[in-house]
Ligand binder design. Sequence first.
Ligand code: NAD
Length: 486
Amino acid sequence: SLDKAEAFIQAQGENGRLAMENFVGNAFAPSSQHMDSVDPKTGKAFAKVPISSAAEVDEALRKATAAFKGWSKTTVATRSKYLQRVAQLIQENRELLAIWESIDQGKTLARARIEVDRAVSNFSYFSTFILHQETAARIIDGVALTYEHRSPAGVFALISPWNMPLYLLTWKIAPCLAFGCTAVAKPSEVTSMSAFLLCEIFRLAELPEGVINVVFGDGPTTGSALVKSPLVKGISFTGGTATGIRIRKDTADQIYKHLSLELGGKNPTLVFEDVDLSKAVQTAATAAFENQGEICLCGSRIYVQSAIYDQFVAAFTAYVTANYQRGGKMGAVVSLQHYQKIRSYLELAESEKATFNTGSTPVADPKNGFWIDPVILTDISTSSRIMREEIFGPVVTIAKFDSEEEAVELANDNPNGLASVLLTKDASRIRRVGEQIEAGLVWVNCWLVRELGTPFGGMKNSGTGREGGEYSREVFTVVRTLHIPM
Ligand code: NAD
């Protein structure tokens, strides 16, 4: 089992708050500055997270740089074995990781287990993916032989958000190491615990020193020092659009840096009149409220064809009321700051005279955790900030459309373009509408189905670049073309 986790559990019993430590060169290193890590379900601090300084970040980057020389030359078979070992260790510690993820993020334990399983898949998928890479050579007109040669791009900064902490961080670490790069990873300061436990897993997996380093800390101090460093040859970032813009500006003159940005969404769900109503309600509700709506892929704008609009709103409201309750499918939202942000949108909804079909504006001063019941809003103008901006909480809007053209127009009327859900039984409409939606992902009669080889990423302000399978290879490798005269 994980010694660090045991120590933290013991400290809880003694009412203590242990401090997490950076993981640099396969050793844990204490930090001097900290912030509290808070359990969103109670509002109480349970641990301390380092705010790593620029010097601490630099130390980790030096270890990663030194390790790159050896790691980048290992065979795919060697790297594959290390990744499999990490996958197995995560699997063996599934319940422990899930419990801490649930305590740290506010998500339900059931949801946390799914995400730990997906962290296992991230490592096992890339451990085999790299074993089957082939490069075809071409002979050009009998005069030259050409082929593409790929090599690892260098040291990466891997930065993740707070909504699916372990899953999203491993979605970066697994391909990064698989393709022969080394890394300094930084989880969100709001939810660092699972990354801290992952460090112990890396230690147990006996990865070569410095291949994977983890520094904890916030954006302005730690993240910013990490992305700006000239030692960093690439950045894989998942988080908010404003931070993505900041990182782009901060690295604008470092052309050599590979940049993959997975950013925010305000995703539409289109419900056509031919649907099976109860199935459509279930899919739309899961898409709206899974993980308290704190998934970048959540469908927070539902558009329903006029003929079934009233029926849909009634059935959706009844379903959500019956199925989404505290302690059941609903966890708490991640932090007080985020609670207040969601609350401010609900105050705006009140002032704009929106109809609250379920839920209400929560109290300003929550005493026992950051709980917000699901909110279903109707009668909102398409120009309202509630319709246009990512709220990233358990708040969904429902509006009407008449024609297919109008549905596409409404879906695309947003600066973001990450994901979408299309609910219809009409096969020709699926293609007609699906191919016009401005979103990197279009889920037809389903939601959150993922196959790790498919391109993942957003259009418009939702990001640049794609990750997954060979798309991750693009991110983590450089390509040169060899031209050999015959
Ligand atoms: P955030 O942008 O505030 O923080 C994300 C990470 O960036 C954190 O680790 C943070 O410490 C770090 N950071 C902040 N400022 C930085 C800077 N100047 N330089 C370097 N790093 C910095 O996002 P968040 O609030 O943690 O997460 C919520 C957002 O993430 C939402 O917008 C959500 O849609 C998005 N998200 C996107 C995806 C996707 O795949 N597209 C997945 C999950 C979440």
